[in-house]
Design a protein around this ligand. Sequence first.
Ligand code: HEC
Ligand code: HEC
Length: 283
Amino acid sequence: MLSSRHARSPFRNGKSRLRPLAAALLACVAASAQVRSRAGNPVAASPEAIARGEKLYGSRCAVCHGRDGRGGEAPSLHKSRVVVLSPDRRFFEVVKSGIPGTEMPPLPGPDEPVWQIVAYVHSLAKPGMGPPVPGDAQAGREVFTRAGCVRCHIAEGKGGVTGPDLSSIAIQSSTAEIRESILDPNAKVPPTFREVSLRSRSGQTVKGMLKNDDNFSVQMMTLDGELRTFLRSEITGFQMERESLMPAGLGKGLTPEQLQNLLAFLDRQRAPFLKSQIGFQDY
Ligand code: HEC
Ligand code: HEC
């Protein structure tokens, strides 16, 4: 009597049916973990690994692929399918084995340094996939406001439009590139943010940024953020300024801690859609 009730107890029945299920589930989890470790980089999320990878990259790869990975004698790694689109394992194998018949040498020895290099190159070429940049993003937001960045840049939905929208900066540029933009604004100025001086036939000079230009007209945004169109026939010419509109002293005036916090704040800007990508008419 007792034993038959016991036998029908849902617990016992459940257990006997669940045991193989649980075992199958466990096997599944184990298998997928194995697949993951076979496909993915075991050190991908570690800032220490990336730092070690950076050193190794500098001594083993930079001569040919350039210090920033943008190419030199060898192709740019930022545009490489192997780096940007293939599974981590494929990139690992290319680095480990080299590419026979080309200048690309193998890197024999233990796997870990190779994974570290893979992690570092990914942090350059696939920004936004790496671990969060260390620093106090909250304090960085304050630096962004107090140093005046917000006058010219949009972040978190507010700011000026003299400089590029920074809402997605972390998925467009690596932290090293962002740091360079802040410390040395003249290093790289995108054409649509170049300052131009335009002279009209009536003798007027207008300063702003050249946003569009075709055979008939020139569109520029003045420094007040007003979009103006000039017919080619109305102007006598325009001159590109050499210096960036972004003041070079701003970044250099920050303490290392303020800069790090600012980089952490900018690293959190990962908006998937950017207004300016829809078109500058939107301004
Ligand atoms: C002596 C020069 C040299 C060195 C050092 C070197 N490479 Fe290369 N690498 C090349 C060349 C050249 C190619 C292009 C080979 C080809 O023609 O397919 C290449 C190709 C690659 C590719 C494939 C690119 C693609 O999409 O086809 C990757 C990834 C790569 N290298 C990564 C590295 C890494 C990481 C290191 C450092 C561990 C490194 N390389 C060191 C010369 C070099
Ligand atoms: C007077 C306007 C102005 C101020 C203030 C300013 N910037 Fe800029 N910034 C620009 C312009 C214009 C560009 C584009 C030209 C260039 O890259 O130098 C730019 C470019 C940048 C870029 C590169 C963006 C990209 O798409 O690659 C970053 C990052 C940046 N600024 C951050 C900052 C930070 C952080 C501050 C505050 C410390 C700041 N800016 C202050 C005008 C400004």
